[in-house]
Design a binder for this molecule. Structure first.
Ligand SMILES: [Zn+2]
Length: 134
């Protein structure tokens, strides 16, 4: 019943060779694991940097984004041309946005030709006076 007969004496150096083989394979596994962690971390960092940028809203100009400004073109156009009531905050935001944003201003100019120029011309003396006082 004894299994002792299955065992035999080791050749000289056999255990040493087995040990160094085990150490080597353990080292290899550690390197593979570290490489995996590093590449996963790099991928996560890349995702963290790239993904939010795609969902990020463009920076607002004068409180409102270009998208909001474009949506309010009709209201603001009627407000300027016909005096259709517009909440004063919205009118302010639109005026400031169109003053600072070239793209929206030219789009608005295409839709309502001359309207902004007329308004700006009417406001210029006011701007001039304000600057004189400052
Ligand atoms: Zn804009």
């Amino acid at each position: 019943m004894s299994t002792n007969q299955d065992w035999s004496t080791c050749e000289p150096g056999e255990l040493q060779a087995l040990r160094s083989r085990l150490v080597r394979s353990e080292r290899n596994q550690r390197v593979v694991r570290a490489a995996g962690i590093v590449s996963t971390a790099a991928a996560l960092i890349a995702i963290a940097l790239v993904v939010p940028r795609q969902f990020q809203q463009p920076a607002p100009i004068a409180q409102i984004t270009c998208q909001v400004a474009v949506e309010r073109f009709d209201d603001y156009g009627k407000y300027l041309s016909q005096g259709t009531p517009l909440p004063s905050q919205q009118a302010d935001e639109m005026r400031q946005h169109l003053t600072k944003c070239d793209r929206c201003r030219s789009q608005f100019d295409e839709k309502f030709p001359g309207l902004l120029t007329a308004t700006v011309a009417a406001l210029l003396p006011l701007v001039w006076l304000t600057k004189l006082r400052a």
